[in-house]
Ligand binder design. Structure first.
Ligand SMILES: [Zn+2]
Length: 178
């Protein structure tokens, strides 16, 4: 960092950051901004910086910034990938037969996978009974976010309605008479 004091003489000089400390910066927006400032500055003053013998140091800083950005970017991608897989796993799980159902002899019907634009997915499973005639069917539904929300709301309202009905019907019970 010996020669970097010469930077004072330049217009729009980027802030000097110790390259060894850059890998502890986790604010990607800050780094992107810094990278942009370095790129512009280096491009505009390449020859002069070379003359002052400080271009290598600045390039080191710029490279450390770029490396840290791609490191953070990769980290973010890995986290996103894991989240996606977790979601897929959950989706698969809700669509698969349980061990119990498999033991009972259920198997997937042909062409029984139905997918909908909203993201809902339904799979039907069948089972022959002893007479090989009737086929009891299990339907597994993976709900999209919107319809899952409606379903949960419906359960809550159903519970509420049950309570209300019990309350209303109890008005006329004998023990409530005056
Ligand atoms: Zn849906």
């Amino acid at each position: 960092m010996l020669n970097l004091c010469h930077l004072n003489q330049f217009k729009n000089a980027p802030p000097i950051v110790n390259p060894s400390k850059i890998n502890s910066i986790t604010d990607i927006n800050y780094l992107l901004d810094l990278e942009y400032k370095y790129d512009n500055f280096l491009e505009a003053n390449q020859q002069l910086l070379d003359l002052y013998n400080i271009i290598d140091e600045l390039l080191d800083i710029r490279n450390a910034i770029t490396i840290q950005i791609s490191r953070l970017e990769r980290k973010r991608q890995i986290i996103e990938h894991n989240k996606k897989q977790e979601k897929e796993k959950k989706k698969k799980h809700s669509l698969n037969l349980t061990q119990d159902q498999r033991d009972q002899g259920y198997s997937q019907c042909q062409n029984s996978i139905k997918e909908y634009k909203c993201g809902c997915k339904i799979i039907q499973y069948k089972k022959h009974n002893q007479k090989q005639r009737e086929i009891p069917v299990i339907q597994k539904h993976h709900y999209c976010f919107k319809h899952l929300h409606y379903l949960k709301t419906k359960h809550i309202l159903d519970d509420e309605l049950t309570k209300i009905n019990i309350e209303l019907s109890s008005i006329t019970k004998k023990e409530n008479e005056l």
